[in-house]
Design a protein around this ligand. Structure first.
Ligand code: COA
Length: 169
């Protein structure tokens, strides 16, 4: 399979925060943001692999800023690294100021998706070649994050997580 670039999977979802999507403080409900990010990540994974893709894990979510009712929220998703059948998707969430139009970063998250065939069995995806400095940074750290996720899920023994161990030595 010929390699692809992260930009080929770029997915941008922009939407308003409506009253039915808020918590008692009138800020966006966390689960609603998780769902929006899952949808964007799913499309990015599909654009990279051109296969059916399923969410395997949510590796990291940081709700750094609350998102008030009426906000315009943009979720940007891009495949940061492709392994064999799995892909790490990095998500950046932006808020747009109503008057100035200036965007500020509100949250970020990292999801893992797996490409599968019609019977749900994992299938290979194309390799990925990062281009920008940020894409290269995210690509380099993705293997550590994969190993951490597998260790926490009980799918990898800690002593096999060589990339992860290297952080502490
Ligand atoms: C995700 C799923 C396909 C993985 O199947 P599996 O039998 O564990 O398959 P494997 O062990 O071969 O793993 C497949 C890939 O997923 C990766 N993976 C599995 N669990 C993972 C986790 N918790 N974190 C990171 N990667 C994970 C594996 O490392 C492997 O990656 P690679 O092929 O790139 O090396 C399977 O668990 C599944 O279908 N889960 C349900 C998905 C779903 O319905 N999601 C929606 C939530 S309701």
């Amino acid at each position: 399979m010929s390699p692809k670039h992260p930009s080929e999977s770029l997915t941008i979802l922009t939407d308003l925060v409506l009253p039915s999507e808020t918590n008692p403080l009138n800020n966006l409900f966390g689960g609603e943001l998780l769902a929006r990010m899952d949808r964007a990540a799913s499309i990015a994974a599909r654009r990279h692999s051109r296969r059916i893709t399923v969410t395997a894990s949510v590796n990291h979510v940081a709700f750094n800023r609350s998102i008030p009712l009426g906000s315009v929220v943009t979720v940007e998703a891009k495949v940061s690294r492709a392994f064999n059948s799995s892909m790490e998707i990095f998500l950046d969430v932006w808020l747009e100021d109503r008057e100035s139009g200036i965007r500020t970063k509100a949250n970020e998250a990292i999801y893992t998706f797996v490409a599968v065939n019609e019977t749900g069995n994992p299938v290979s995806v194309p390799p990925i070649v990062p281009e920008t400095e940020l894409e290269k940074e995210r690509y380099d750290a993705a293997l550590r994050r994969k190993q951490l996720s597998l260790v926490l899920a009980g799918k990898m023994k800690p002593h096999d997580a060589t990339e992860l161990k290297a952080l502490f030595i």
